[in-house]
Design a binder for this molecule. Structure first.
Ligand code: C6P
Length: 407
């Protein structure tokens, strides 16, 4: 872990110097949302101070500057996930909106009564409910590929679900409740042999590993800016150009049209066809700054560092009697979900907060996962590139002390 410049990175995140309840903040709720580096905070503040105006509309200098910055951020996102073309990068509010967009456009255009959509047992509600809504509207059927007790997709059972009725596979790249990383390349290759398009929910994967959408050959890839050290209120829906061209628009309004008359309107080309109304301009620019920042560090280096953090945390957690890790997939990202005998996860969360440690307790918007493990909730420590081994020690000491008091 010595070569990764974690102390330099920590110094870039002002909030990490905060004291919570008179203790140094130990922020381990990164899967819910990451903290922001100065580069992101400053880019937004600079934009509002010097360049702010609406985009794609004005001929005046500020509007041109704002448009240039907004579109430059689109190209940064394109490069970050190695999309072939900026037309394939659609800015939305977040992963949730991105999946709803695909369900309401691609879904309504291509999925009809009797067709099937395949998801997995470890999906976040965002990759369940939009498909259920679509199924209710169209009469299509949602199929769920099961997982084993480690939290791994049972691949033969997934494969067995694919047939001529399957019109879409929608799979989480990395589970938020378990940390499991799905074999997405294999999933995509298998689905493509049957001409089935694949959507990847990359909300959790994107901050932890390099993602190359051309290499994966996924048809859609979605994520949120706020989990990628960027602002909230902005996210990305990547789609292959040919699919996006064929899809109807999502929302109607300004910026997504070519011509409007009371008789008929025609639509703008990609990517604007899917970006109706004034978007989250400053947030998109902030996301671009987050990507610049991450590119300097390197996603491969981040993945390597976080793998060591997770291995250390897992090792330490296993030494605590009464602690049960939920989710032990062989391929796993930096998430440690756990329960403690006789202590409710919400109490774990509250008591750790009194020590300055932020974790998440609850069902993590993955109620079917909780049901599978027979628990109402878990406590979840989720790590980011700015976390340290010392912070994991503080977490483990905190857990041990609360077991001594309440266990
Ligand atoms: N998971 C968590 O604490 P939004 O809310 O649109 O930014 O992201 C939704 C989403 C979609 N897919 C996965 C795998 C996710 O983890 C999330 C968000 C947060 O785990 C909030 S529930």
């Amino acid at each position: 872990m010595t070569t990764f410049p974690v102390e330099r990175i920590r110094a870039d995140f002002p909030i990490l110097a905060e004291k919570i309840r008179n203790k140094p903040l130990v922020y381990l709720d990164n899967a819910a949302s990451c903290q922001k580096p100065n580069a992101v905070i400053d880019s937004i503040s600079e934009f509002y101070r010097h360049d702010y105006a609406n985009i794609h509309r004005g001929v005046h200098t500020l509007s041109v500057r704002a448009t240039d910055k907004y579109e430059a951020a689109r190209d940064k996102v394109r490069g970050f996930i190695n999309a072939a073309n900026t037309k394939e990068i659609i800015f939305v509010r977040g992963a949730t909106e991105a999946i709803n967009l695909v369900a309401q456009t691609f879904g309504k255009a291509n999925i009809k009564a009797g067709d099937e959509i395949v998801i997995t047992a470890m999906e976040h509600h965002s990759n369940i409910v939009p498909w259920q809504m679509l199924c209710e509207e169209t009469g299509a059927v949602l199929k769920v590929a099961p997982m084993n007790v480690q939290g791994e997709l049972i691949y033969p059972k997934f494969e067995a679900l694919l047939n001529t009725k399957t019109k879409l596979v929608a799979v989480v790249h990395m589970s938020n409740a378990l940390g499991s990383i799905n074999p997405v390349k294999q999933i995509i290759d298998t689905a493509h042999t049957k001409n089935i398009p694949v959507l990847l929910d990359g909300a959790q994967a994107i901050p932890h590993m390099p993602v190359d959408v051309q290499e994966l050959d996924c048809d859609f890839y979605v994520f949120s800016g706020h989990k990628l050290y960027g602002p909230s209120g902005v996210g990305v829906m990547y789609g292959k150009q040919a699919l996006l061209e064929a899809m109807p628009p999502y929302q109607g309004g300004g910026d997504m049209i070519r011509t409007v008359s009371f008789e008929k309107s025609t639509y703008a080309g990609l990517p604007h066809k899917f970006e109706a109304g004034t978007p989250a301009i400053a947030e998109v620019i902030g996301l671009g700054a987050a990507i610049d920042y991450l590119n300097e560090i390197g996603m491969a280096a981040i993945a390597e560092y976080e793998a060591k953090l997770l291995a250390y945390a897992t090792d330490q957690a296993k030494q605590i009697k009464g602690l049960k890790i939920i989710g032990e997939a062989h391929e796993k990202g930096a998430i440690l979900s756990f329960t403690l005998d006789h202590i409710h996860p919400h109490d774990i969360g509250t008591m750790l907060d009194s020590l300055g440690i932020a974790i998440r307790a609850g069902h993590h918007c993955a109620m079917p996962v909780m049901e599978f493990y027979g628990v109402p909730a878990t406590a979840r420590a989720s790590f980011a590139m700015y976390n340290t081994k010392e912070e994991i020690d503080v977490l483990m000491q905190g857990i041990t002390s609360l077991i001594e008091v309440f266990g």
